[in-house]
Design a protein around this ligand. Structure first.
Ligand code: ADP
Length: 257
């Protein structure tokens, strides 16, 4: 069965400080497709363009050349308003540093995407309470982020990412600030969302073990997609070993230069 393409980069180029003496081309000419229901991992050395890539394919940043299609829609042709609405309907974001507002309670943080989309208050309350219950953070809802542990904050951030029932979750080093127990819990939750709810996930990670939960791995180097590794029929162990091998091969190449 040929799955639907939910995310597509076509000749995507990103130049920071475009048309200035400090111009820097962070992504060169990226062509990439994500299919519905995939769990894609993005790896690569620091500074290779992973965050730039994920930001450009998820409306956080705008590419300099080429185009990005989400569910077939060209993001560049949308107004800021349309993009806001589109995000609410399609995307959930999880970041390494959680990106929660310290001046707002967890409840306010989690409900923000719904409030911005003018969802009625009673509906917001129902959805936040249901999801908080599922993620076991009901007791944290009226605490401020700085009163919560790292794992609790990340769970709040996940709750915020899921509150709009997104079709696509974009995660940039989501386990970067978590210990191994919390990392494993987060991964299991993402895997469940992916397998049971069919949510498409694109996740940046530097950790081969975390990457081994994905179904396809993209290795970015110097602003280009260097290698794509499909999990295919491999079990998680075999896939993990291939990911480790890929990373060490790439690291050896960097050392040999
Ligand atoms: P990664 O996520 O792989 O560590 P990034 O996507 O953050 O890499 O960065 C890719 C390259 O683009 C790096 O050389 C980085 O210094 C540069 N870069 C990232 N953001 C900016 C920016 N806002 N302005 C200028 N250069 C940037």
């Amino acid at each position: 069965m040929k799955e639907n393409i939910v995310l597509e980069a076509v000749h995507l180029k990103k130049v920071y400080n475009y048309a200035t003496p400090n111009a820097f081309e962070a992504l060169h000419d990226i062509n990439f497709q994500v299919h519905e229901g995939e769990f894609v991992g993005i790896m690569g050395p620091s500074g290779s363009g992973k965050s730039t890539f994920i930001n450009n394919i998820s409306t956080i940043d705008e590419c300099t050349e080429g185009k990005v299609l989400i569910n077939g829609k060209n993001v560049r042709s949308m107004s800021a308003n349309e993009i806001g609405h589109f995000r609410y309907q399609n995307l959930g974001f999880i970041f390494q540093d959680f990106n929660l507002l310290d001046t707002h309670t967890m409840y306010e943080n989690i409900s923000m995407p719904l409030a911005l989309a003018h969802v009625p208050k009673a509906e917001i309350e129902k959805r936040v309470n249901n999801l908080a219950n599922e993620l076991q953070i009901t007791s944290l809802l009226y605490k401020y982020p700085n009163e919560c542990s790292g794992g609790q904050r990340q769970r709040g951030a996940i709750c915020r990412a899921l509150i709009n029932n997104p079709h696509i979750i974009v995660a940039d080093e989501p386990t970067g600030n978590l210990d191994s127990v919390n990392s494993s819990e987060l991964l299991q939750l993402l895997q469940k969302m992916n397998k049971e709810n069919g949510v498409t996930i694109v996740m940046v990670t530097h950790d081969p073990l975390i990457a081994s939960f994905t179904t396809r791995l993209v290795y970015i180097k110097d602003g280009n997609i260097e290698t794509v590794l499909d999990k295919g029929d491999m079990n998680q162990d075999e896939y993990f070993n291939q990911i480790v091998e890929l990373n060490s091969r790439e690291s050896r190449e960097i050392l040999a230069k």
